[in-house]
Structures are given as C-alpha cells and as structure tokens.
Design a protein around this ligand. Structure first.
Ligand SMILES: [Zn+2]
Length: 325
C-alpha cells in the first residue's frame, strides 16, 4: 500500500496528544490519543512518552511507518523551526532538544516543527474560522496567551522564529512584573491564569460572589468553570470580571489590528467558552481604539478547540512533503 497518512503531535506541558491524518485532512477513525508529558522525569523521559504514543497510534491503526508520509509537531516555543530544535521549554525542562532529528532517526520519516500559535493560525486559515481569508492573526487565550501571524496564507515567523509573541506585548509599561523580564505583559492581565489569580486574591480579601460559594470557598478549587456558572446565574462579580476580561482583550487586539490590519483575528483557547460574557465589551473597546473599521466579522472564534494544533501540524507537514515530491 502506498504511503498516504501523516502523524501529528501536540506536545504540551501537561499532556501530549497524537493523531493520524489521512492525506485529505481527516483524523483517521476520529481517534486522538493522549499521554501525560511527565516533565518532572526530564527530557529523555518526555521524549520516550512522545515516541511511545506515536507507536501506540500506529498499532491502533495497524500501520507500518512505510505507510506514513511524515510527522508534524506542535510545541510551545521558543523553537528553531529550521533546525527542528526546541530551544527552551521551561515547562518541559527541554533545552536545545533536537526533537526532529530524534523523530527522524526513530521513525525514518521527514518531520516538521512549529509552535502552537503559528499552527493555530495555519489550521484556522486552511480549514477553520478563517478559511475565506489570506491575512489573519490567531490568538489563543488559556494558561498563557500565544499567537500566530499568517500573511498571504503563509506563516510569518520573523527573523528568529520569534514573531507572534502577543502574550508579551506590554499594555502597561509600569505594570506587573513578568517572568520574561518585561512589565505589564498582556497575558498577565488577559490569560486564564490572570483571571484565576484575580479570583483567588478577591476570595482571600473577603469579597462576596457566587463564584466563591460554587467553589466551596476553596481557593484551590476555583476554576473558569465556576466563573462561567456564576456569570450564567447573573452574579454581579462574575459579570464584572468578564467585562474586565473583555476590556483587556479589546486593548490587546486593538494593538494587533493597528499594527497588522488583518482581515480578521481568530480567538481560541479555554477562555472563549465564556465569550457571551465578554464579547460585547471586547468589541466596544476594539472599536474605540482601532484606526481600522471593525465589524462583527473582525473577530472570529476557533471551533477546532483542543484539536487546532494537531490540524496545524498536519497542514505543516503535508505542505512540506508535497513541495518535495
Ligand atoms: Zn512577558
């Protein structure tokens, strides 16, 4: 049988996901396998988990590597995409880890690597919310905030693979200190982690809200789920917190619109589950601060959710392989 499948990987700080794609872009059998990353065991153990998961996937589909065309890999940055090296992933304890060389040696297949933000942008333009557009930005808002830039349908990586670091654009020069060394970084205000920190601090300060009672007044149990529940019940605190989220997102997105004037920005990540509570404030803030005309179509939401990086990894490797044929 001729080779006609692609392997894809999404390597995250807590879990690794893998899926087999047909050459037409469907997830074979709709099967996505996951495994714990186990970062605490060190980089060799993490890589072993990656390799085992790919082997498990091949076994599930009863395929040999000869039937695979290549491997697409998504990982948090910073990366060297040309050399296929994960330069520094603090969450995974990886430093200058040559993930592509290792995969190529173990599976004898071509492999390509890119970061989550770039792959999100690629996936959304190739088959997602921005399929009708050529110039877009993608932003994921979850634990942190990542981004990707697509110009004329191609990933814009910058001079050092560093483009799209939207989480570290400063929105307050004298603001909170960021581990990156800067101050007032966007993700310190708009990420899911930022929301959670605010809720914890407010609970500890004795503020009253359904959010806190729903979490049993236990700061460790607090989550976005409780915030959504409380907002749906009309809780004043939860709704105000979401409006603040909308405000920060609007400020951040306005910077991106003013700099890139994209046809649209696609938003993904866990926070978008609460979009009905922040969308209006975000759009109002955006319209106030943008030079460009902003309409209802300017901001779109990802519908691929936690599969977006796998889809991006698929398009990355398929396009690489097809160019070589
Ligand atoms: Zn920062």
């Amino acid at each position: 049988m001729a080779a006609s499948y692609y392997l894809t990987l999404d390597i995250g700080g807590t879990k690794i996901s893998a899926a087999l794609f047909t050459r037409y872009g469907e997830i074979a059998g709709d099967i996505v396998l996951t495994a714990k990353t186990e970062t605490f065991r060190g980089e060799e153990a993490v890589y072993r988990n990656v390799r085992n998961l790919l082997n498990e996937l091949l076994m599930r589909h009863q395929l040999e590597t000869g039937e695979i065309l290549g491997i697409g890999v998504g990982s948090p940055g910073p990366l060297d995409t040309k050399r296929g090296i994960i330069l520094h992933a603090p969450l995974m304890k990886w430093r200058n880890f040559p993930v592509l060389d290792r995969l190529t040696a173990d599976f004898n297949l071509p492999a390509r690597l890119d970061n989550d933000g770039n792959l999100g942008a690629l996936a959304e333009q190739r088959r997602g919310a921005a399929i009708d557009l050529r110039n877009i930005l993608y932003m994921t808002v979850s634990t942190g905030c990542g981004g990707g830039i697509l110009i004329n349908g191609e990933i814009y990586r910058g001079a050092n693979d560093g483009a799209g670091e939207v989480g570290h654009m400063s929105i307050d020069p004298e603001g909170l200190e960021c581990p990156c060394g800067s101050r007032g970084c966007f993700e310190l205000y708009a990420s899911g982690t930022a929301l959670l920190n605010t809720m914890k601090a407010d609970m500890a300060a004795g503020k009253k809200s359904r959010v806190f009672t729903l979490a049993g007044n236990d700061g460790e149990k607090l989550s976005g789920y409780h915030l959504d529940e409380a907002a749906a019940l009309g809780d004043t605190y939860a709704l105000a917190l979401y409006r603040k989220e909308g405000y920060y997102l609007g400020v951040g997105l306005a910077n991106l619109f003013n700099l890139f004037d994209p046809q649209a920005i696609v938003l993904g990540g866990g926070i978008t589950k609460g979009r009905r509570f922040f969308h209006q404030t975000m759009m109002d803030t955006l319209k106030e601060r943008c030079e460009q005309p902003i309409n209802d179509d300017s901001v779109r939401y990802s519908e691929m959710n936690d599969r977006v990086v796998l889809y991006g990894a698929f398009f990355l490797i398929r396009e690489y392989v097809e160019k070589r044929i």
